[in-house]
Design a protein around this ligand. Structure first.
Ligand code: NAP
Length: 234
């Protein structure tokens, strides 16, 4: 029997990331649930292990390159490689601030996590996917980053998601024909700490398109932006 695929999820300790870990593990994947600190990762992983799911916790602060390198070394020891990467971790700072009043430090922190974080983690794990001729990368984006509808909402966050989408296009082009499929997805407005209690969607609904993209068949799309399993405009 083929060994189960291995998925790595960033920001997996709560919210949509945690639900993605649960759904991927329920589909039979082995999941590396990562979080900013080891106790957070292990505690969330234990919750899923209690349901009989194959989940291990690991430390990964996407804004701290030393933790990326350390995780890459540990993964190389424990697993054949990573088959699926879900770049989910993100922060939403200065949501209600006007563009011209948003502190440059808020832009910097937002970009470090939402953009450079996804790029750094991809640089650590996508070469292994190319080498094994199989990989799925899901960049968890947002309609807030859509250029066609771009307005004044959450400038730092929105611009970071546009940049993340550009990274999706670049990485999809760089991996074309290698068996690695790279896509952006918007989960919709979801009830999490980021989305707030009044959002219309549950985490189960929010995770659906991400899990679909994480488990695409060989002939699946690459370089796209999806919501509700449908392509949407950039
Ligand atoms: P959330 O509840 O705020 O959870 C965010 C997760 O990211 C947490 O696990 C958090 O860890 C983690 N994180 C933040 N900075 C990190 C870092 N430097 N390294 C590693 N992990 C980090 O957010 P969510 O609603 O689940 O959002 C998940 C994704 O969906 C994000 O990319 C978000 O932009 C996107 N999204 C959400 C909505 C929505 O309505 N909720 C809508 C559109 C897009 P800590 O627990 O340590 O803080």
């Amino acid at each position: 029997m083929a060994e189960p695929r291995v998925a790595l999820v960033t920001g997996g300790n709560r919210g949509i990331g945690f639900e993605v870990c649960r759904q991927l593990a329920k589909r039979g994947l082995r999941v590396v649930l990562t979080a900013r600190t080891l106790p957070k990762a292990e505690s969330a992983a234990r919750t899923l292990q209690a349901d009989g799911l194959a989940v291990v916790g690991a430390r990964l602060d996407v804004a701290d390159g030393t933790t990326v390198a350390a995780l890459a070394r540990n993964v190389a020891k424990q697993f054949r490689g990573i088959d699926v990467l879900v770049n989910n971790a993100a922060i939403l700072l200065a949501e209600n601030q006007d563009l011209l009043d948003t502190a440059i430090d808020d832009f910097r922190s937002t970009f470090e996590t939402n953009v450079l974080g996804a790029i750094g983690v991809s640089q650590a794990f996508v070469p292994g996917m190319i080498a094994q001729r199989y990989g799925r990368v899901v960049n968890v984006s947002s309609r807030a980053g859509q250029l066609v509808t771009m307005s004044t909402y959450a400038p730092a966050y929105s611009i970071s998601k546009t940049a993340l989408n550009a990274f999706t296009r670049q990485l999809a082009a760089a991996t074309k024909g290698t068996g690695v499929l790279v896509n952006s997805a918007c989960p919709g407005w979801v009830r999490t700490r980021m989305g707030g209690p009044h959002a219309p969607r549950s985490v189960e609904e929010g995770a659906d398109t991400l899990v679909w993209l994480a488990t695409l068949p060989t002939n699946g799309p690459t370089g796209g932006f999806f919501e509700d399993r449908q392509p949407i405009e950039w």
